[in-house]
Design a protein around this ligand. Structure first.
Ligand code: PEP
Ligand code: MN
Length: 344
């Protein structure tokens, strides 16, 4: 339940609401907003009578939050959450953020050269898996810790922030020492111990939609992270399983405006895993930005034909340059702009 205070409510009136919630045995969480403060009641077991709060001085309205997610919801927090990275990149505001890089870190030469290209083209976040969740146990599993060290080197040389996947609870702390954003991949979206773990780590989290997860399940997964005290969650639509084999997944662009209405969290799109087909990445990237995505995550490889994973969906650097030129125009048409380059 959310108790929304009038914009001119005094601090005494807010405290009275907080005290009453606590006396009833629940947790009270005041949420200051630009216009007004709200007070969230956590742990409502259905016993709380909204009218009790409605009658208190300074209360504007009482909103029963009926979803099973609370803190991720727009009712809970009206303003968009903006996640700020260590290099100053802001995700969830007016900027459209470009995250790009190879599926996996493969060698020093590969990651440094692609990072330099991408920074020059305007990406501000470098992606690259060091620990890879592969469908087959015999496929390339990533360089592990060496991959993390190479990502850190690429960050040093370019100023880009690093996003990389934490595969399990055991290695999450180690990955967090290197990453600016910890990625929780599609296969782990409902790994609840991992979600709690990254919630306690506190660094920005990129949470990818599960292969057949509903939007509500995605939001509930984010709720796990926030409930542990980490509000810096970025959602990612990366396609869901469908019946058509023309593309690897079905990029659900409707999820973008739906999430925007239900939640204050930023949402980006991954047209690479979303389509699995190089030629389809740019059109779907354009559509995702037009639909309101706060950013894109795109796989780009210096030599896709020799990539150790996901070469077929990886763009050549020049193709990424073309994509960015188009995205810049689309962003402008909807009163947004690309996040400022790390080189300027
Ligand atoms: C990835 O981004 O490297 C990845 C494995 O994606 P997903 O979890 O969406 O399959
Ligand atoms: Mn990949």
């Amino acid at each position: 339940m959310l108790v929304v205070m009038k914009h001119n409510a005094s601090s005494d009136e807010i405290r009275q609401v907080v005290d009453m919630i606590q006396e009833m045995g629940y947790d009270a969480r005041p949420i200051p907003g630009r216009q007004r403060t709200s007070v969230g009641l956590i742990g409502n077991d259905g016993q709380v009578e909204p009218a009790l709060f409605q009658a208190l001085p300074g209360v504007l309205e009482v909103i029963p939050v009926s979803h099973s997610y609370k803190q991720v919801s727009r009712e809970w927090k009206e303003e968009n959450t903006v996640v700020t990275l260590a290099n100053g990149t802001k995700i969830g505001g007016t900027d459209v953020v470009l995250m790009a890089g190879p599926c996996a870190v493969e060698s020093e030469e590969q990651i440094i050269s692609i990072a330099q290209d991408l920074a020059g083209i305007g990406a501000t976040v470098l992606r690259g898996g060091a620990f890879k969740p592969r469908t087959s146990p015999y496929s390339f599993q990533g360089l592990g810790v060496r991959g993390l060290e190479l990502l850190a080197k690429a960050r040093e040389e370019t100023g880009m922030a690093i996003v990389t996947e934490a595969l399990d609870v055991e290695t999450a702390d180690h990955v967090a020492e290197f990453a600016d954003i910890l990625q929780v991949g599609a296969r782990n979206m409902q790994n609840y111990p991992l979600l709690r773990k990254v919630g306690r780590i506190g660094k920005p989290i990129l949470l990818k939609r599960g292969l057949s997860a509903t939007i509500e399940e995605l939001l509930l997964a984010a709720e796990y992270v926030i409930a542990e005290g980490n509000p810096h969650v970025i959602l990612c639509e990366r396609g869901v399983r469908s019946f058509d084999t023309q593309t690897r997944n079905l990029l659900d662009l409707t999820a973008i405006p739906v999430v925007k209405s239900l939640s204050h969290l930023p949402i980006i799109a991954d047209p690479s895993h979303g389509t699995g087909v190089r030629a389809k990445v740019t059109p779907m990237a354009r559509a995702a930005v037009a639909a309101g995505a706060d950013g894109l995550m795109v796989e780009v490889h210096p030599d896709p034909n020799r990539a150790l994973s996901d070469g077929a969906q990886s763009l050549y650097p020049d193709q990424f340059r073309g994509l960015v030129d188009q995205i810049r125009l689309i962003a402008k048409a909807i009163n947004r702009e690309l996040a400022p380059s790390v080189l300027t």
